[in-house]
Design a protein around this ligand. Structure first.
Ligand code: B12
Ligand code: SF4
Length: 519
C-alpha cells in the first residue's frame, strides 16, 4: 500500500512559483512506517494514473478553484481501486460534493496535520470513517513540512506558515470563518528550524504563507487599554513581542535569504514593526488594498483600510521602511464606477507600489459575500450545463461564466475588459521599467522585468473567472517565462548551515520534530 498526495491543477507550468505547503505538511503527517508518500503537484505536471494501485490511499487537497479537477482525479483513483480521501478548504466547506462527484471514501474537514495518521490507520484496519474532524489545531501542533520530498529545482519559492487565522472579517474572504479569528502562531524556533532546512536544500526565497503576518495592531492594544482589560493587553503584547522575536531570528539567517508575506495595511502605522520586517529581510508584502474609495471599503467590511491621500501615504510608508508592496485590488464592487479603474491605476502609481494584482469580485464559498449572493438569487438560480451558477466551480471551465454577481452600472464583460486594461497599463513595458529602478543593477532590473511579466501572465489570465482560450494562451506564455525566472531564485545548497543560536548537526532537530509530530 502506498500513500499518494495530489495537488490538482488544470494548468501545468512545469515550474511552480510557490510550493503548495499542504502537500509537504501532509507528507510529514504520514507515519514513516508507510514509506514516503508519492507527491504529485499538478501545477508542475499531471497525475499519472497508472502509478495508483489497488489498495493505495490517495489524498487530494482542494480549494474552490481546483475542486473540479480534484474530483476528476478522485474518480480515476477510485476506479483503480484506491482509497480516496479529500481535504482542504473546499472539501471542508462542501464535503458532500466529494462523495457525490469525486469518488470519495472519506473527507477530512479542517487541519490535516494531526488527523491524517488516524485516517491511514483506519484504512489499514478496515475501519475507515466517512468524515474526520481535523478541527483548528493549536500553533504548537502544526507540523514542519518534509521539504526533502519537494523537487527543489522546480519551485521558485518555498512556503512556511508562521501564524494561521485572522482577527478581521472581510466580506469576500473565508479565512476568518474557516481558520478562525483567533491567531494561532507557531513557536519562532520551530519556524526558524524549518527555514534552515529549506536553506540547506537551496531554497533562499521563502513565502511566509500566513493569512495576516500582523495579527496584533497598535489600535488593538490601545482599545484593550481603554477598556482597562489588563489580561487582554497582556495577551496582545505577548503576541506582538513574539512577532518581534521571530523577526529577530529571521535576521540572523544567511544574508542572501528573502522573505515575502501577506499583511494588513495597518502595519503602515507601525514603523517599528516595518523596520523589524526590513531587518528580517521580509522584503515584500501583499497588502489587501481592495478599493480606493471609502464606500468600497465599507462594502467589504474593511473600514480599517484608508482611502484617498491617506491611503497613498500609508502604502508609501512601507516602501520608505524597506518593504515593497504588492497591492491587491478588487474590481466589480457594487460601489465601483467606470472612473474607479483609472483612479486605481493612479493610486497604485502615487503609492509607489512595486507589484499589484487586480482581481474581479468572485463570491468564494464560505464568505459573507457568497451567502448574500446565494440568498439574493431567491430560488431562481440560472443553470449552465445543468449546474446552478451558485455552484460555479462545478461548471466546466470552457463554459463557466466569468463573473457572477450582476453590477448596477456595468456589464460583466465591461468590468472584465476594464480590469484587463488596468493590468495592461500597470504592467506595460514603460511602467515596469520605471518601477525597476528599485533594483540597483542592470542585471537586477532585467530580472525585475522578467518577474513582473511572469507574474502578470500567471495571475491576470489564469484565474477562476478567466475563459479557457485566454487561460491556455496565458499558460503557454507563463511556461516559457517560468524557466529563466526560476534560475533567478536559485540558491546554492548550504548543507552545513546551522540553526542560529543553536548548535545542531544538519537535519537532526528537524528530523526529531518531524518524527515527534507523527507519534
Ligand atoms: C499562501 C496562499 C496563496 C499563495 C500560494 C499558493 C500555493 N501554491 O500554495 C498564492 C499567493 C500564490 C495564492 C494564490 C491564490 N489564492 Co491563496 N491562499 C494562500 C493561503 C494564505 C495559505 C495557504 C497555505 O499554504 N496554507 C498552509 C497549509 C498547510 O494549509 P492548508 O492549505 O489549509 O492545508 C491544511 C488543511 O486545509 C488540510 N488539507 C489540505 N489539503 C488536504 C488534503 C488532504 C487529503 C487532507 C487529509 C487534509 C488537507 O490539512 C492541511 C494542514 O493542516 C490561503 C489561506 C488559508 N488560510 O488557507 C489562501 C487561500 C487558499 N487562497 C485563496 C484564493 C482565493 C487564492 C487565489 C484564487 C487568489 C486570486 N484571486 O488569485 C489564488 C489561486 C492560486 C491557485 N491557482 O491556486 C482562498 C481560497 C478560497 C477557496 N474557497 O478556495 C484562500 C483560503 C484565502 C482566502 N482569502 O479565502 N494563495
Ligand atoms: S482578507 Fe486578509 S485581513 Fe481580511 S479577513 Fe481575510 S486574511 Fe484577514
Amino acid at each position: 500500500m502506498r500513500v499518494h498526495l495530489i495537488n490538482p491543477s488544470d494548468s501545468s507550468f512545469g515550474i511552480g512559483v510557490i510550493t503548495p505547503r499542504w502537500l509537504y505538511v501532509l507528507a510529514a503527517a504520514t507515519p514513516l512506517e508507510y514509506g514516503d508518500p508519492l507527491v504529485t503537484d499538478e501545477t508542475l505536471e499531471q497525475t499519472q494514473p497508472d502509478r495508483i494501485q489497488l489498495g493505495d490511499i490517495v489524498g487530494i487537497g482542494i480549494h474552490t478553484g481546483n475542486a473540479l479537477r480534484g474530483m476528476h482525479i478522485g474518480r480515476i483513483a477510485r476506479e483503480r481501486g484506491a482509497w480516496v480521501v479529500y481535504g482542504g478548504i473546499h472539501a471542508t466547506l462542501y464535503p458532500e460534493e466529494a462523495f457525490e462527484l469525486g469518488g470519495a471514501h472519506a473527507v477530512v474537514k479542517g487541519d490535516g496535520d494531526v488527523v491524517w495518521a488516524q485516517v491511514i490507520a483506519d484504512v489499514v484496519r478496515g475501519t475507515i470513517q466517512r468524515t474526520y474532524e481535523g478541527g483548528r489545531i493549536s500553533g504548537d501542533q502544526f507540523l514542519p513540512a518534509r521539504w526533502e520530498l519537494a523537487p527543489r529545482n522546480r519551485y521558485m519559492w518555498a512556503s512556511v506558515q508562521t501564524v494561521r487565522g485572522c482577527p478581521k472579517h472581510c466580506s469576500f474572504c473565508s479565512v476568518w470563518r474557516t481558520d478562525g479569528q483567533k491567531p494561532r502562531p507557531r513557536a519562532s524556533d520551530i519556524v526558524i528550524e524549518e527555514i534552515v532546512q529549506l536553506r540547506r536544500l537551496g531554497f533562499r526565497f521563502i513565502a511566509l504563507a500566513d493569512d495576516n503576518f500582523y495579527p496584533v495592531t497598535l489600535t488593538d492594544i490601545e482599545l484593550a487599554e481603554k477598556q482597562d482589560n489588563a489580561a487582554r493587553v497582556r495577551e496582545l503584547r505577548e503576541m506582538r513581542s513574539e512577532r518581534f522575536q521571530l523577526m529577530e531570528k529571521l535576521a540572523k539567517l544567511p544574508a542572501d535569504m528573502v522573505f515575502f508575506t501577506q499583511i494588513t495595511m495597518e502595519a503602515g502605522e507601525d514603523t517599528q514593526f516595518l523596520d523589524a520586517m526590513r531587518r528580517a529581510r521580509i522584503k515584500g508584502a501583499l497588502v489587501g488594498v481592495e478599493s480606493v474609495t471609502e464606500e468600497g471599503l465599507k462594502s467589504v467590511f474593511k473600514n480599517f483600510n484608508s482611502a484617498g491621500d491617506s491611503l497613498a501615504k500609508r502604502l508609501s510608508t512601507f516602501k520608505e521602511h524597506g518593504v515593497h508592496v504588492l497591492g491587491s485590488f478588487i474590481f466589480g464592487l457594487p460601489t465601483d464606477r467606470q472612473d474607479t479603474f483609472a483612479a486605481t491605476v493612479a493610486l497604485a502609481k502615487q503609492a509607489g507600489l512595486t507589484f499589484a494584482q487586480f482581481v474581479m469580485m468572485t463570491p468564494f464559498p464560505g464568505t459573507v459575500d457568497f451567502d448574500r449572493w446565494e440568498k439574493n438569487m431567491n430560488g431562481s438560480v440560472p443553470h449552465v450545463d445543468g449546474v446552478p451558477i451558485t455552484r460555479y466551480w462545478l461548471i466546466p471551465a470552457n463554459v463557466r461564466p466569468k463573473m457572477f454577481s450582476p453590477h448596477e452600472t456595468m456589464t460583466t464583460d465591461e468590468i472584465s475588459e476594464r480590469t484587463q486594461g488596468v493590468w495592461d497599463t500597470f504592467y506595460s513595458m514603460r511602467e515596469v521599467w520605471r518601477r525597476s529602478k528599485c533594483v540597483p543593477t542592470l542585471r537586477g532590473r532585467l530580472a525585475f522585468l522578467f518577474i513582473s511579466k511572469l507574474y502578470r501572465q500567471m495571475y491576470a489570465k489564469t484565474g477562476i473567472s478567466s475563459d479557457s482560450a485566454r487561460r491556455q494562451k496565458a499558460t503557454r506564455v507563463a511556461r516559457w517565462l517560468a524557466v529563466p525566472c526560476r534560475k533567478l531564485f536559485e540558491g546554492k545548497p548550504m548543507p552545513e548551515l546551522e540553526v542560529p543560536g543553536l548548535r545542531t548537526s544538519p537535519g537532526s532537530e528537524i528530523a526529531e520534530s518531524t518524527v515527534a509530530g507523527q507519534a
